[in-house]
Design a protein around this ligand. Structure first.
Ligand SMILES: C[S@@+](CC[C@H](N)C(=O)[O-])C[C@H]1O[C@@H](n2cnc3c(N)ncnc32)[C@H](O)[C@@H]1O
Length: 329
């Protein structure tokens, strides 16, 4: 396969033609429910009930599961929507058989209800065979203001980590984060106390070391994760990544929709794939996941239903590919 492959079309149809077990991981942000019009027939997100929307996504991710390796993971960034009749009207051809549009308050919901789209999707994917492993909160540090007076301003979205099998590739060290200043001080005090005491060197420190779980690291940290000093093991003062990710939203002038931040895609890609691994994004949009994949020495397959976004993604990704090819010559 090419280092970068961009395929324009409906995600479920395109991915059904790709070979089984060809990909290491999938990172993606599906279209929101009832918020944006991507101006393409067959688009997911407009003109359906929430249940129909979730079923459409489950069908796409069922094909994604087939093309993932047995130790592969899926990272889905998804935001919620309110049952409301305001916002963009869907095109006529996206009305469903009952004449519903996503801007009609759907049956079973009241106007102003929060739909709960992220958890509807998470539970539906779990029921379809995925292992639902974690809900991660993306805290949008520069979220948009809202003129609401009867609830708080929304400043988060979910990222769900799902796996094809109960054990899977996860590089905890690649996404480890610096420990808090207070913990750092405690470690240093502990080292000083050991140096002045008759305790077995290293025993207390080893107990206090961050534990890298998962397949790559056992409970004892790898030699690379610590340094030896005066008979004591000094940790590299990093800890396992927490499940709240504070990150600023990204804006790209060429796209009229929210692109996800490179930092978000990068965290998922580093944890979920080895260097040289192959990444897939079924809703690639402007191609952010592809840019991050090539910058981090991974290969990439991106799918989008809108031909303009396919061209945009191709242009954006090739800006990063050209220098990579030049350095390889
Ligand atoms: C939220 S945007 C993705 C943004 C992307 N993460 C980025 O950083 O640019 C969702 C994308 O899904 C695409 N889309 C909607 N329905 C689709 C379908 N049935 N198959 C493939 N792509 C679809 C839209 O055209 C849109 O580009």
């Amino acid at each position: 396969m090419q280092p970068v492959q961009i395929i324009c079309g409906d995600a479920a149809t395109v991915i059904s033609r790709l070979p089984e077990s060809a990909f290491d991981m999938c990172v993606t942000s599906p279209p929101y429910y009832g918020l944006r019009d991507y101006e393409t027939p067959g688009q997911i997100g407009l003109g359906t009930t929430p249940e129909e929307y979730i079923q459409a996504l489950v069908s796409v991710f069922r094909e994604v599961r087939r093309v993932l390796r047995p130790d592969g993971t899926l990272w889905v960034n998804i935001g919620d929507s309110y049952a409301t009749s305001s916002g963009p009207q869907p095109p006529r051809n996206t009305r469903n058989s009952q004449g519903h549009t996503s801007k009609t308050v759907p049956d079973g919901y009241k106007r102003k209800d929060l739909i709960g789209v992220p958890w509807m999707l998470a539970f539906a994917l779990r029921a379809d065979g995925w292992y639902l492993r974690q809900d991660i909160i993306w805290h949008k540090t520069n979220g948009m203001p809202e003129s609401v007076r009867d609830r708080c301003v929304k400043a988060h979205e979910y990222i769900f980590l799902l796996s094809k099998s109960p054990t899977y590739y996860f590089d905890a060290e690649a996404i480890s984060e610096p420990i808090a200043e207070s913990s750092k001080r405690r470690y240093m005090e502990d080292i000083q106390a050991q140096q002045g005491s008759s305790r077995i060197p290293g025993k207390t420190m080893r107990a206090a070391l961050p534990r890298f779980g998962g397949q790559k690291y056992g409970d004892d940290p790898s030699p690379a994760a610590r340094t030896k000093s005066g008979g004591l093991y000094i940790p590299t003062l990093r800890r396992n990544k927490r499940d709240v990710w504070p990150m600023a939203t990204a804006h790209y002038k060429g796209a009229h929709f929210a692109v996800f931040p490179e930092a978000l895609a990068q965290t998922c890609i580093l944890a979920g794939s080895r260097p040289g691994g192959r990444i897939i994004d079924p809703f690639m949009g402007s191609g952010t996941s592809g840019i991050v994949a090539v910058k981090n020495n991974r290969t990439f397959t991106g799918v989008d239903i809108n031909p303009d976004y396919c061209t945009l993604a191709q242009d954006r990704i090739s800006e990063y590919l050209a220098p990579l090819f030049m350095t390889a010559q």
